[in-house]
Design a protein around this ligand. Structure first.
Ligand code: ZN
Length: 58
């Protein structure tokens, strides 16, 4: 199941629209940022805010 738009928006706001790994600004990037699972779903990671990070496509 995909992450809901609501959750994506919350992750973006929490990250101040910056990549949580390299702190580049989403607006300055050509590509939309992804919502990354810190603990992957394949290892039981949940779709909660605590387990999600805004990530650029590096
Ligand atoms: Zn980045």
């Amino acid at each position: 199941m995909a992450i809901s738009k609501e959750i994506r928006q919350k992750v973006r706001e929490r990250a101040n629209y910056l990549c949580e790994y390299c702190h580049s600004l989403e607006e300055a990037s050509a590509a939309r940022f992804e919502i990354d699972h810190i603990n992957p779903r394949s290892r039981g990671g949940a779709d909660d805010l605590d387990n999600l990070a805004l990530a650029c496509q590096h």
